[in-house]
Ligand binder design. Structure first.
Ligand SMILES: Nc1ncnc2c1ncn2[C@@H]1O[C@H](COP(=O)(O)OP(=O)(O)O)[C@@H](O)[C@H]1O
Ligand SMILES: [Mg+2]
Length: 248
């Protein structure tokens, strides 16, 4: 059997201490198989970005373990095998798109020659060829998001982790990002992305995880999550409301 792409076991995380402690994740377990598109859904503040930051080892868990392609996060090297798009990607405004990709390629240890080949392909794929030598400071939100995606793909990783890749984009921008995610799946990549845009999740995902107030309410096939006779939006709202009611 192949190892899971991502394996989260009994993950808990809080911020602060004592009476002021804010418990953000409670005993979260989740397994993502290689080659699947997995949508991580939850209301604002549910703990999606925190989970992603723990996966990338930007934060340390209070308890639990995280594995990426069988490697234990925090103990073994895994970063060259994953690509990450942050919820708020950071760019140097004075660099051009091409220079931005060159910088991230160099930082991930790629040789100049490999970058000379790879960068034009990625720019073309993200429909940024015409903007390649323009400064990123003047880019629209959609262009920045596509550049962020190119950044995540520069070293051709197997597993992609995108935090809210469609948020804040207009319908054209969202359509482009959705198309790219579908293409990446075709290539056999594993994609784990968070979102609260339910129609995007419905269009792309094999399986979903639903999180509320740091507790995983569901993980499994999209169809099995749907409440009889309801679409995803209504099912989602009902499940969240029930959970909030139960812990009120
Ligand atoms: N660095 C931090 N310090 C303190 N609290 C944080 C920090 N990061 C996130 N939180 C809190 O954790 C909760 C979950 O946040 P987050 O993971 O960003 O949610 P989501 O991405 O699902 O919207 C929120 O209540 C947020 O205020
Ligand atoms: Mg978030």
């Amino acid at each position: 059997m192949t190892v899971p792409a991502l394996e989260i076991t009994g993950l808990s995380k809080g911020f602060g201490s004592g009476r002021k402690k804010n418990q953000v994740l409670t005993n979260l377990s989740l397994t993502i198989t290689q080659g699947e598109v997995f949508g991580f859904l939850g209301p604002n503040g549910a703990g999606k970005s925190t989970t992603i930051k723990l996966l990338l080892h930007f934060l340390k868990p209070d308890s639990g373990s995280l594995r990426i392609l069988g490697k234990t996060v925090g103990q073994e090297e895994f970063r060259h095998r994953i690509g990450y798009l942050s919820e708020f990607p950071f760019f140097y405004d004075h660099l051009t798109a091409r220079e931005t990709l060159r910088l991230s390629g160099r930082l991930s240890g790629m040789e100049r020659q490999a970058l000379d080949q790879r960068i034009p392909i990625l720019l073309e794929r993200m429909t940024l060829t015409e903007a390649a030598d323009r400064r990123v400071g003047g880019f629209s939100k959609g262009m920045k998001q596509r550049l962020g995606m190119a950044n995540a793909l520069i070293h051709d990783p197997e597993v992609l982790i995108f935090d809210e890749p469609m948020s804040g984009l207009d319908p054209v921008g969202r359509h482009q990002i959705k198309g790219l995610i579908a293409e990446l799946k075709q290539e056999g990549k594993t994609i784990f992305f968070s979102s609260h845009i339910l129609s995007d999740i419905e269009a792309l995902c094999d399986r979903i995880g639903v999180i509320n107030k740091g507790v995983l309410l569901y993980s499994g096939g999209l169809r099995d999550f749907l409440v009889a006779g309801c679409g995803l939006e209504e099912s989602f709202v009902r499940v969240i409301e029930e959970a909030n009611h139960a812990c009120a």
